[in-house]
Each structure stands twice: as C-alpha cells, then as structure tokens.
Design a protein around this ligand. Structure first.
Ligand code: NAD
Length: 288
C-alpha cells in the first residue's frame, strides 16, 4: 500500500466500523433473559450499546443483566415485566427513560415456543385438542406483547425521529411446520405431538406487524425489520436433529451465536436503507 493511500483506507475502515457502532444506544430486548435474548444482548454490548433485558420475574432478568455486564464489561439493565400487560410495558418504559433518557432499539423477541421435540405429552398440541386458553396465551405474548412494546417504545423513537425495531420471527413464519419432525415411536396418531398452530400464526403475524409498522413510521425515522431464524441446536433429541438436518441444505441446525451478525446489521446504521424486510437465516431450509 502506498503512503498516500493509507490515510484514505484508514478513513474507510473507520467509516465502516462506525456503521456498526452502537455506542450510546439503548436496546430493549423482550424475553431478554432467554437463550437467544442473551445472545442478542451480547452483540449489542460488543458494539458498545446498552441492553435492557425485559423478561418474566421467574426468568430473573435482573440477575441475567448482572451476568451480562460482568461477562461483556458493559452496562446493562434487567427489568421483570410481563409484556402482555400494557401497564407493565408503560412501567418498563418509564424506568428506562428515568435511567437513560432514551430508547433507540427494540427487539421483539419474547414468544412461547414449546419444545415439542422433547415432549412426552403432546396430545394437547394437536389441533383437535388445542385449547382456547393456550391459543389466547400464546397470541397474548407473541403478538399482543410485540404490539404493545412496539406502540410504546416505537412511539418514543418516532418522537425523537430515530430508532429501530427488530422482530424475531422464525422459518415457520415462511413455511408450515413439518409435523413428521416431532413424531414419537409407539404413540397412536391421536397422541402424536405437533408444533402448535399458534407458533405459525404468531410468527406469520409478526411479519405483518413488521410491514405495517415499517410503512407507518417510514417517514418518522423508525425502521422496522424482521429476521426468520431456523432452529438453534440446544441439546435436542438426536432423532429430531437427524430428521431436521435432512430438511436443511446446509445439513445442520444453527449454532446459538449465528444470528448475532444479522442482529447487529439490522439494529445498526449498517442497514440504514432497509425497512419492512424479513431476513431469512435458515441454512437454506426454506429454499427446499
Ligand atoms: N431457539 C430457536 O431455535 C428459535 C428458532 C427460531 C425462532 N426463535 C424465536 O426466537 C425467540 C427467542 O427464542 P429462545 O429460543 O431464546 O426462547 P426462550 O424460551 O429461551 O426465550 C423466550 C423468553 O421470553 C420470555 N417471555 C415469555 N413470555 C413473556 C412475557 N409475557 N413477558 C416477558 N417475557 C416473556 C421467557 O421467559 C423467555 O425467557 C422466540 O421468539 C422464538 O420463537 C427461536
């Protein structure tokens, strides 16, 4: 490299780095104490941002935030709240604004996702047995919760003229579940577990929410996108893993940290001309 070109390439590197820089930005992560929520928070921290982990009291978001701060040497904040309750969402917003005076990013990540592959009692999950109580409870977290958080935190961002909402959908927002994955040997048809209908409905609805909000706030500086991740390997039964791998062109499930690049891209200025999109990250599963 010539001497003259060095400062130029340094400037280009700095420009690129600043695209992904989240220093000074505050990110609210619902379901933040869960498996992927913590990973989203780690990448926000690595980019210099502050994560607020919002989760149910039994998930101990305050303790998870302390762990995150120690692990990543970052500032983070945990708040116990049920996002399906509008009063609790307002209280979370008040607490964040009192502490940080700003909200820059919302990751709508919380959802009920029962692990049917590891379930020994799946009769309840079948459409013919599916109860209205479970239907209401699942929609209440995955859709109503995302709506309430988007309304409260998104309005705050729109007021300031800048912000990002990232909705966590699923490959099952794009394709139907392949119920053969969840079959258990020896069980009669009427007792075979299935992926619940609510999972498909919530995740498809999340894509509708994404497009609605993206256009609603397009001129208010609030960008709204979704990612549709494929299944993360987390010690699932080997029969399930073997069956699922056969449906994935890349031949494997995702590692738990393989969505972090996309999270950072979509939460930062690196995606500044992107809104209303759904980024599918699934090892190619939905191509087949
Ligand atoms: N893990 C996967 O393989 C996978 C694949 C595709 C999509 N997803 C999606 O990613 C997101 C995170 O998944 P995960 O695997 O980390 O799940 P997880 O169960 O580990 O985390 C979900 C978190 O949401 C919290 N939560 C539930 N109801 C809540 C409520 N009313 N208020 C506040 N918090 C609430 C739970 O306590 C939990 O900590 C979910 O939307 C899931 O559907 C996961």
């Amino acid at each position: 490299m010539s001497r003259a070109s060095r400062p130029q390439s340094q400037a280009a590197n700095e420009g690129l780095r600043s695209l992904f820089n989240l220093a000074g930005r505050v990110a609210v992560i619902t379901g933040g104490a869960g498996l992927l929520g913590m990973k989203h928070a780690e990448v926000i921290a690595a980019a210099g941002g502050t994560s607020v982990l919002v989760d149910l009291p039994q998930a101990c978001p305050e303790d998870r935030a302390v762990e995150l701060s120690k692990k990543c040497h970052c500032d983070s904040f945990g708040i116990a709240a049920n996002i399906a309750n509008p009063g609790e969402v307002d209280a979370v917003s008040d607490a964040i604004l009192r502490k940080y005076s700003r909200i820059d990013i919302l990751i709508n990540n919380a959802a009920n996702n029962p692990k049917m592959e590891a379930s020994s009692d799946g009769e309840w999950s079948r459409l013919e047995n599916f109860s209205l109580e479970v239907w209401d409870a699942d929609l209440r977290v995955g859709l109503t919760g995302a709506f309430l958080c988007s309304r409260t935190f998104g309005l705050e961002m729109a007021k300031r003229g800048k912000g990002v909402i990232l909705n966590i959908a699923s490959d099952l927002a794009v394709i139907a579940p392949d119920q053969r994955l969840y079959r258990k040997d020896g069980l009669p048809e009427s007792e075979q577990p299935v992926k619940p209908i609510t999972y498909s409905v919530v995740k498809s609805g999340i894509l509708g929410l994404t497009r609605y909000l993206a256009t609603y706030w397009a001129n208010a500086g609030v960008r709204v996108n979704a990612i549709s991740p494929g299944g993360v390997y987390n010690g699932q039964p080997q029969t399930f893993v073997t069956r699922l791998q056969q449906l994935i062109p890349m031949g494997r499930m995702a590692n738990v940290d393989e969505y972090q690049g996309a999270i950072l891209f979509l939460c930062s200025d690196a995606s500044s001309y992107m809104t209303g999109a759904n980024l599918i990250i699934d090892g190619g599963r939905t191509c087949w």
